[in-house]
Design a protein around this ligand. Sequence first.
Ligand code: NAI
Length: 488
Amino acid sequence: MTVQPSPAQLKPETGTTPVTVARGDGIGPEIMEASLAILEAAGARLAIEEIEVGEKVYKAGFTSGLTDDAWASIRRTKLLYKAPITTPQGGGYKSLNVTIRTGLGLFANVRPVRGYAPYVPTYHPDMDLVIVRENEEDLYTGIEHRQTDEVVQCLKLLSRPGSERVIRYAFDFARLAGRKKVTCLVKDNIMKLTDGMFHRCFDEIAAEYPEIAHDHMIVDIGAAKIAVNPERFDVVVTPNLYGDIVSDIAAEVAGSVGLAGSANIGEHGAMFEAVHGSAPDITGKGIANPSGLFLAGVEMLQFAGQGEAAARAFNAWAATIEAGIHTGDMSGPETKQKVGTKAFTQAVIARMGEVPKKLKPCQPSKGAVPLPPPVRRVPEEKVLKGVDIFVEWRDGTEALAAILKTAATEALPLTLITNRSAKVWPNGLPETFCTDQFRGRFEFAGTGTAQDVIALQSRLVEAGISIGKTENLFSFNGKLGYSLAQGQ
Ligand code: NAI
């Protein structure tokens, strides 16, 4: 397989990395100044282009939060180091992160979470895991509909190329970072087609990395284990929604939400930022902790192939934490000196070249993680098997069945009616609560065509049925591409 080189692979360690820097809103400018000062003192070679993003830009009428010039810079450097921004209240503004994520095709969100005990109190001093979250698909595509008075839906879309790409990234990341195991979290005991496909992709790709152990857990028990036994995890890969939830659980139990940085990696660029927001309540007070944004900057240097500078910067920061020099939000029993943003920054710079004694030091990465391109496959043989028709109805199941049967034919008979997930016809249970939306399933006795399905819909409309949505049923290489209802 050919892999597209990341920006780092195009530049040697001695080169300078062009990077677009956004100082953001609130505490953003304070912590960005601090972070850049530390990274540069560590020897980072960054050719910085500054852009303005966030509140001011939104209010100037750019609903995406980005000007055309800012976009041009990001497209040029393909690397964005972004401080938090304030999203203005009220409608009409689009999330800047979504704009950047979709614009740059940022398919993987990478969030390292580790404990810094005893300097940051945690029950899990040995936890050190990296969550790789799929970033473009799943329920987060935001395709939602109100279908009837009572029923709304959100579509969960997973693709094979999207799943394979993020899983392969997780394994390549593990390989490069010298990590030992990748764990897949999904709920494929219930969502057999969507999460089942993600799990299958995981098993297939895991086989290509025999030196890395792999396992799989159902996401609910996986999330519980991250909360109580995070030390058992190394790299975790999971679809978008689960990833969102488990990365917050992990950061919370590490005791270091404020120290978490996040990387968004994609085909057309990458973005590095802190997990926290713009903290308007402490803006301008000089007390903000720059560590979250700084640690994201360390990840950025590793990504950009500047592993030596990344390790030097991290180790000086860790030595400062060990010396008990903490910002207010980090202070606890181990704090010897509570300092503001500037003094903290100076303390880290003064320790450049030191290595932490208790905390695990950072090793320079051996390069950048290759970016797997989406892989296209030979399409499978797709055969139309029938149609699910979702209708609005309030007058009882048997009356609905009678009308649906009159519209059905011998070639395309009604085989099932469900309400939410429960089968209500034939042989439904009288106790089942029914909403105002039913699904009628019609399956071809032999073979059929799309015209047959459309003709069926016409007959239903003529019979006074209100159709909200239809979903064609297919098989792929002889395997059904749709779930069977319970008892079907
Ligand atoms: P927040 O993370 O800004 O603040 C929550 C609490 O944590 C506050 O008490 C704050 O003082 C404290 N805090 C946050 N970062 C800190 C730091 N570095 N040092 C010391 N204390 C820190 O969350 P909040 O208040 O809900 O959101 C404020 C604004 O930030 C909102 O407009 C929100 O939309 C935006 N936001 C932006 C993000 C981004 O740009 N990636 C992410 C999250 C929120």
